[in-house]
Design a protein around this ligand. Structure first.
Ligand code: HEC
Length: 478
């Protein structure tokens, strides 16, 4: 089976021109943006990357008692869960397991050997599960032992990332080099631009932002990018891996793969701590906390029931916010990882989230074409921004809190400032808006300098753009 990171499904392996045609088609006829379209395809086709499956997965070293639950998590819930319950069966909770599907319970007490569950797993099973795969005798025996012992449920096992199946990555087709992430260094002097698998370090103090260094960072697309707090290290995230680079000369400092299960879709840095969003389309979005100095994973939790598209740390380092494909945004205590608030209101995937550093509020953008500003504590919507005609695919709040910037899949962008709490019908009074000069590109990443004076955005075709916030004019770049 071919697997591709869901963000790269954007291209479906097609040359840029055909992809552009698909974007156009989708943009024209579908009420959803292309982004949602490609994500839906990713859900349908399964996962990940210009990669092929290599050797079979190694035998599970885990306890027998949790092996059956791990098999359910890794082999079954992809098709038997909320939102996709084939045969009417949901295997994500004990209630779902007990209820069974259209043909009734999977297990009659005391009759494990004759259970429907073992019947579908056997070679002769009709239907046969998993449909295109045969579980080993050992794995089937694990199910039998587990059911004979009373089919005890441990929800924590289901909430851990699935055990990654080995894959071998192949180089991406030439011409596929989306700019999925870009970030200014803490001192604002360098702009890091991820183009496909490489990262360009560009001089943000010189005219036209010339390239200082190009790092051949990953085989797959770089999906996320962050600077260490001191600006000395650059961190890149791709498919199941993080890499660390010396910012001064682009020399590799190390790699981390252990414990990463999917696409590293977002990164957040706070002091010496690195937060990593680890996404499996349709399966779950996990957050890992890393001790930045040793790159050691110290905590993992399931943040969303679907991919995590956005992750930010507040300027004071107290809060972490995540944007989920499950239509929710969530806020976490950055110190403990405890959930402190869920922001409900988007009617489609939440694509990005941003914290205001001046007021207790945060902003989210969704595939439902809305930018929402929320009261951080009450979790009520303070304002809805934008014209609701386009999908704002990326959102960034300048570090000083002065400007919130959103860019769209149609090449538009808006700088919002002086955002007011929404009181009456007058949407126009909600915020001051400065439109960015339109570009002919599908924009999907955005950042600003700390003072918000300059905006940079990346496009699916590999270009990036820089604007002056004050008048929205493009600044030419090489
Ligand atoms: C690729 C998707 C897929 C995967 C993975 C999958 N299933 Fe299914 N499952 C289906 C579909 C589709 C049906 C309905 C088939 C039919 O009714 O002919 C089904 C039906 C079933 C049924 C019958 C439900 C009923 O009441 O009719 C059981 C039991 C079942 N699956 C168990 C499992 C188990 C256990 C696993 C993991 C080992 C699993 N499935 C993995 C797609 C899947």
């Amino acid at each position: 089976m071919k697997r591709r990171p869901f963000l790269q499904n954007t291209f479906l392996g097609l040359p840029a021109a055909s992809s552009a045609r698909i974007f156009w088609w989708v943009g024209k006829f579908s009420w959803k943006g292309w982004l949602v379209f490609t994500l839906a395809i990713a859900c349908a086709l399964g996962r990940v990357s210009f990669a092929q499956e290599a050797a079979p997965s190694p035998p599970a070293p885990d306890l027998v008692s949790s092996e059956a639950l791990e098999l359910i998590r890794d082999e079954c819930v992809g098709c038997h869960r909320t939102g996709k319950s084939k045969g009417g069966l949901k295997l994500t909770t004990q209630e779902g397991f007990k209820a069974g599907g259209e043909s009734g319970p999977l297990l009659e007490p005391g009759k494990a050997a004759e259970s429907l569950l073992l019947a579908v797993l056997s070679k002769e099973g009709d239907p046969h599960m998993p449909p295109k795969k045969q579980l080993s005798q050992k794995q089937i025996a694990a199910f039998k032992t587990w059911m004979e012992a009373g089919a005890a449920w441990d929800a924590a096992v289901l909430d851990r990332p699935p055990r990654p199946q080995p894959v071998a990555l192949r180089p991406m087709p030439s011409g596929v080099h989306p700019v999925l992430a870009l970030a200014f260094s803490p001192d604002g002097a360098t702009l890091a631009v991820a183009r496909g698998g490489s990262v360009e370090l560009r001089d943000a103090t010189a005219a036209r932002f010339p390239v200082k260094t190009t790092i051949a960072a990953h085989v797959e697309s770089v999906e996320s990018l962050a600077w260490s707090s001191d600006g000395a290290t650059l961190i890149t995230g791709g498919f199941r891996r993080l890499r660390f680079w010396k910012a001064a000369d682009g020399v590799a400092l190390g790699e981390m793969t252990e414990g990463l299960a999917g696409d590293v879709t977002a990164l957040g840095v706070s002091g010496g701590t690195l937060f990593v969003a680890d996404s499996l389309a349709c399966r779950g979005g996990f957050v890992h906390r890393l001790n930045g100095v040793e790159h050691k994973m110290v905590q993992t939790w399931k943040a969303h029931d679907d991919a995590v598209f956005g992750l930010v740390v507040s300027a004071d380092g107290l809060w972490l916010a995540t944007a989920g494909a499950d239509r929710l945004a969530r806020r976490w205590d950055a110190g403990s990882g405890a959930l402190v608030g869920t922001y409900e209101g988007h009617t489609n995937q939440v694509l990005a989230v941003a914290f205001d550093s001046l007021a207790p509020r945060l902003a989210t953008t969704g595939a439902d074409r809305e930018i929402k500003v929320w009261d951080r504590e009450s979790r009520e919507q303070d304002a809805v921004l934008g014209d609701r005609k386009q999908v704002t695919s990326a959102l960034f709040w300048s570090k000083d809190g002065s400007r919130l910037v959103g860019v769209t899949d149609r090449g538009n962008g808006t700088v919002f400032s002086a955002i007011q709490k929404h009181t009456g019908e007058q949407r126009s009074e909600t915020a001051k808006e400065q439109k960015l000069e339109k570009v002919d590109a599908v924009l999907q990443s955005v950042t600003t300098t700390a003072d918000g004076a300059k905006v940079a955005a990346g496009a699916t075709d590999g270009r990036f753009f820089v604007w002056k916030s004050a008048d929205g004019k493009l600044i030419p770049v090489d």
